[in-house]
Design a protein around this ligand. Structure first.
Ligand code: ADP
Ligand code: MG
Length: 757
């Protein structure tokens, strides 16, 4: 002990010397000057004292006030300054990988160090940290994973849980676990950070923990709602229908097109009148949800274009931040804007995008100031709402929606739909315009719609399937899943919990008594969805690991097949070349990947991607994730070092199909209704995901035979929902059909008889 103590003391002294010499250097002074200008600085002493006196504190302060980059840094600095630097271990969680990485990079820069020295990061399958790292930014998922093997967080001195106002599933989960841990670790400090003022909720969850608010310094932002925006841009909406298909609920839809009137930008429609005449306030929230005053093919894009033109032509200097729902919309809009004479002119407009899967180089551009007389326009998802701050934004365009997953427990179906944001989000978005000077915010919805927004968004725990979560709870060995989850800030529905438990039993991760099986233990260790984990393990067992690795990597990154709006047919043909006769999206993925590797060897990777409508960036990501997964599996002793060459797809196609089936079961559907597939020897389709978008779709499916399904599928128990299909076109429409369960059971009986003979 005392030897170790001495080593750490010596290290602490070195840390202090390094810190002091940076703080005294010219660059260091300049940086300190900037840091002192942040609102968080005025609260520094109060914070340090509160943290010293209390085990838990809750801090709120507007985005950009310096919570994430400053507060953990204050503790690190004061520990180092007091000569105890090497004894502290601070962890700060972020809801998203990209913010964990960006923030770690920023804090390292503020300390004049390369990333991975005293400040590092760790996100799924990636990280930069070393033996000197005493402040670690990680995703909340990473901290949960660490808790699996280290229940007391030994050696950790401070835990910051950031962005708790977002109520992400992992954050809510972490709070349950930490609440349980605190009595056992009296010396551990927990600091919760929130961008909104609802700190009481968290404070009372932790027995009345003290709250500190950092007063912000944002400039006033003027809010313009749709009414004003229409007037400002000279737009009117063409038509407006009240559809009442079901006789119960009036669904409001804007009839899309904006039709040019006299001048190019003058467009006539009727919605303005409709807005005047309608009693919008009388519609229920669900009906209001259907008001698609914005979506790719509706007035939304044209309206955004008009607003951007208005800003560029008439408004003062300053960057523009446009909030959109997702990557697809962002890329469509970007294409549209590129073709515009003003907005597409790179000498006048710097058009950037900001979303979860962007490259780091692009990410850096967002923070940089454009050349003079060039206007920066950033098209962003709601990622830019709280976790990333772009300082020079003066104008915000807010579409009012965000893609939100919801979960229909009754039908056990996740839904992914753009839906209206909350009042808190809208305010947050607006606030982004007032960072450097008074700003303007254009909300592309009427003010009466805003009034109908809920105050806060529903916590994620209440709107997602709980499969992975329940598996993790089980491996934390904290008793009954249902009991554990009932300790959450807002516990999920019992049916949602039951569905997850049933699922885990069906795939063999839990036994009848809800105990973790051996398979379950391995699945909990793998940083992927349990289905994909099972597929990996089966691939290892059946020695067709290489293609399975590609499939799992592909499914956990995203689809490398591009589907440009204007070339859908050609892209479809290109993809079909990979899946010919196979009826498998998964095999197509493997072939595309293997083809890309070959092309790369011949130096024609670029041409290959272009010709086949493939995203080189995604293939590259799949490639690196593959490496990481195989490393993890080697580490877990599931595969040997020499897997590889004899593990390719070509000699193993049926086996790979079987392994896919064993992973994706009980996601099965029958092909019987689809004439195109009746003739093939594969009457079933297994699929990974069933999502309700407008109707229910399944995506990424593979056709399998009776025998594969019987041998590699599991038992169909309660809640299993086989269905039949209507069309196959990338997405497959899915209908519930209970007869299939019977059909499947008969097959199973027949097999049992056969085996008994
Ligand atoms: P909070 O967590 O309260 O939202 P942050 O700590 O993330 O605030 O950011 C505080 C300030 O630090 C921001 O307002 C911005 O001025 C600056 N900042 C943060 N990240 C960067 C970065 N990557 N580059 C330049 N400045 C940054
Ligand atoms: Mg922050």
């Amino acid at each position: 002990g005392s030897v170790m103590e001495k080593v750490l003391q010596r290290r602490s002294l070195r840390l202090r010397n390094m810190q002091r010499s940076w703080q005294e250097s010219p660059e260091g002074r300049k940086m300190l000057e900037f840091r002192k200008s942040l609102p968080a600085f005025s609260e520094k002493e109060r914070l340090l004292q509160a943290i010293a006196k209390n085990q838990v504190i809750v801090i709120s302060g507007e985005t950009g006030c310096g919570k994430t980059t400053q507060l953990p840094q204050y503790i690190l600095e004061s520990e180092i300054e007091s000569g105890r630097g090497a004894f502290c271990n601070i962890i700060c969680t972020q809801p998203r990988r990209i913010s964990a990485m960006a923030v770690a990079e920023r804090v390292s820069a503020e300390r004049g160090e390369p990333l991975g020295e005293t400040v590092g990061y760790k996100v799924r399958l990636e990280g930069m940290k070393g033996k000197n790292t005493h402040l670690l930014f990680c995703t909340s998922g990473i901290l949960l994973r660490r808790l699996l093997s280290d229940r007391n967080l030994n050696g950790v001195t401070h835990v910051f849980v950031d962005e708790i106002h977002e109520r992400g599933m992992n954050e809510d989960f972490l709070l349950i676990v930490l609440n349980d841990l605190l009595p056992r670790r009296r010396d551990l400090r927990l600091i919760l950070m929130s961008a909104t003022l609802n700190a009481e909720l968290f404070s009372s969850y932790f027995g009345g923990a003290p709250m500190i608010h950092i007063p912000g310094f944002t400039y006033p932002v003027r809010a313009h709602f749709l009414e004003d925006v229409l007037e400002m841009t000279g737009y009117k909406l063409t038509s407006f229908n009240q559809i009442d298909d079901y006789g119960q609920e009036k669904v409001w839809k804007t009839q899309k097109q904006l039709v040019p009137r006299k001048k190019k930008n003058q467009i006539t429609t009727l919605v303005e009148d409709a807005l005047k005449n309608s009693s919008f306030e009388n519609y229920s929230p669900r009906a209001r949800d259907s008001l698609s005053c914005w979506s790719p093919d509706s007035i939304g894009f044209n309206l955004i274009e008009a607003v951007l033109c208005h800003i560029c032509r008439k408004e003062r200097a300053g960057a523009v931040l446009v909030f959109m729902t997702g990557w697809e919309d962002i890329s469509c809009l970007r294409e549209q804007l590129k073709a515009h004479p003003l907005l597409g002119d790179p000498n006048r407009v710097l058009l950037l995008t900001c979303h979860g899967s962007m490259a780091t180089s692009e990410q850096r551009l967002i923070f940089e100031r454009p050349p003079p007389n060039v206007r920066k326009i950033v098209l962003a998802t709601n990622m830019a709402e709280a976790s990333i701050t772009i300082n020079d934004v003066v104008f915000v365009v807010d579409c009012g929606k965000a893609k939100e997953t919801t979960y229909d427990a009754l039908n056990n179906t996740p839904c992914l739909l753009p839906s209206w944001i909350s009042k808190a989000s809208a305010r947050q978005r607006r606030g982004r315009a007032g960072r450097v000077q008074p700003g303007e915010c254009y909300h592309l919805y009427p003010s009466c719609v805003y009034e109908a927004f809920p105050d806060y968004q529903l916590p994620e725990l209440l709107r997602t399937p709980l499969n992975s979560l329940c598996l993790q709870i089980k491996s934390l060995q904290i008793g009954s899943i249902a009991e554990f989850l009932s300790a959450a800030l807002q516990p999920p529905e019992p049916l949602a919990v039951q569905n997850a438990i049933d699922f885990l039993k069906r795939i063999g991760a839990l036994d009848e008594n809800e105990h973790l099986t051996n398979l379950g233990k391995y699945l909990a260790m793998l940083p992927v969805d349990p289905k994909l984990g099972k597929m990996l393990i089966m691939g290892a067992i059946f020695r067709c690991f290489d293609p399975v690795l590609t499939i799992v990597a592909g499914l956990s990154v995203k689809d490398p097949f591009l589907l440009p709006q204007d070339k859908k047919d050609l892209a479809g043909i290109a993809k079909a070349r990979f899946s010919a006769k196979d009826y498998s999206d998964h095999m197509a993925l493997v072939r595309a990947y293997e083809g890309w590797k070959d092309a790369e060897r011949e130096g024609s990777a670029y041409e290959y991607c272009w010709r086949n409508f493939l995203s080189a960036q995604t293939l590259q990501a799949i490639h690196s994730i593959r490496k990481q997964f195989s490393f993890i599996l080697k580490d877990a002793g599931l595969i040997d070092d020499d897997v590889g060459s004899n593990n390719k797809l070509s000699p193993n196609q049926s086996l790979v199909r079987a392994v896919i089936c064993s992973g994706l079961f009980p996601g099965i559907a029958s092909n019987s209704v689809n004439a195109r597939y009746q003739t093939i020897p594969y009457p079933w389709l297994v699929f990974g995901e069933k999502v309700k978008v407008n109707t229910v779709f399944i995506r990424d499916s593979t056709a399998v035979s009776d025998s594969i399904l019987i041998l590699f599928g599991g038992a169909l128990g309660r809640g299993a929902q086989p269905g039949h299909l209507v069309m196959l076109d990338g997405y497959v429409e899915f209908f519930m059909d209970t007869n299939l369960a019977e059909c499947y059971c008969k097959l199973k009986e027949e097999l049992d008889k056969l085996l008994q003979r």
